[in-house]
Design a protein around this ligand. Structure first.
Ligand SMILES: [Zn+2]
Length: 271
């Protein structure tokens, strides 16, 4: 069950004026974020210079606009190219806006989705082994004082939070799968986790059902829809009318839940 069709919406063909041979190449600089005004709006873009590239290419996806350019192309050439395709860029950015991926922060006070709720991350200094604990709407992260001031603190917290999310995900998905299996006379499947970024769930003929741990961020009704979808595949390994009829028996609201899930992917792709 995929949750998006394509990541790259379009690529503009190289600009002929930019295809002149580049001057002797300096070392490629790391990608930089720049801004340009398009239709009176401030638009950020990521400039990626590549050795051997001819012409300027634009790409728009859930992370915004990326511009690929030869090492020696001037900013004027690059931005003329963007401006030339102004309405294309603005339209594509608008199309992608509802699916915009916002990078997840793991700083103290950051907000995280968990089963449809928003949890606040709270760092708790404590001389204990680092651990994560749910306390109402707070996700407490116990950290040693020197970790809190370390430069890689957020990276360490992200690993702890990810491990915690995965630990919650498997029993939740398994419990829901067994619940629906019992109710609808399915042989209970073997439930496993995946790290898939491209699909919420999958199943195979060995009665193994896998769910992306990221689904644990979604509200319980959405999780139930994915669980029922994968269970129904144990009887119908296709997306035929018979398959959807099986889904509907277990999950009568599946149509609206499916639409909601398709629209929520930006929440789930953030990390
Ligand atoms: Zn399916």
């Amino acid at each position: 069950m995929k949750w998006f069709t394509s990541l790259i919406s379009d690529v503009i063909t190289p600009d002929a004026s930019a295809a002149k041979p580049a001057p002797p190449a300096p070392a490629p600089a790391p990608p930089t974020t720049r801004a340009i005004a398009l239709n009176g709006k401030h638009v950020d873009y990521l400039l990626v210079r590549k050795r051997g590239r001819r012409g300027v290419g634009l790409r728009i996806d859930g992370k915004g606009m990326s511009v690929m350019a030869p090492l020696g192309a001037s900013i004027t050439t690059i931005e003329d190219m963007i401006t030339k395709h102004e309405s294309w860029v603005v339209n594509k950015l608008e199309e992608w806006a509802p699916r915009r991926v916002i990078a997840q922060s793991f700083a103290n006070d950051a907000q995280l989705y968990f089963l449809g709720n928003t949890l606040s991350l709270r760092y708790i200094p404590a001389p204990v082994k680092p651990r994560v604990e749910l306390d109402g709407e707070q996700l407490l992260v116990y950290l040693k004082a020197d970790t809190i001031v370390a430069v890689d603190c957020e990276a360490r917290v992200s690993k702890l939070v990810l491990a915690w999310m995965r630990k919650q995900a498997l029993p939740h998905f398994a419990q829901r799968a067994f619940f629906f299996a019992r109710q609808h006379n399915y042989v209970p499947p073997r439930v496993m986790l995946s790290s898939a970024l491209g699909r919420w769930g999958s199943c195979n003929s060995k009665r193994e059902v896998r769910f992306s741990w990221r689904l644990i961020k979604a509200r319980p009704a959405l999780v139930d829809y994915v669980v029922c979808h994968e269970l129904a595949h144990l009887r119908q390994m296709n997306h035929s009318n018979e398959f959807w009829a099986e889904v509907e028996i277990m999950c009568p609201d599946y149509r609206t839940l499916k639409v909601e899930l398709d629209k929520s992917d930006h929440l789930f792709r953030a990390y």
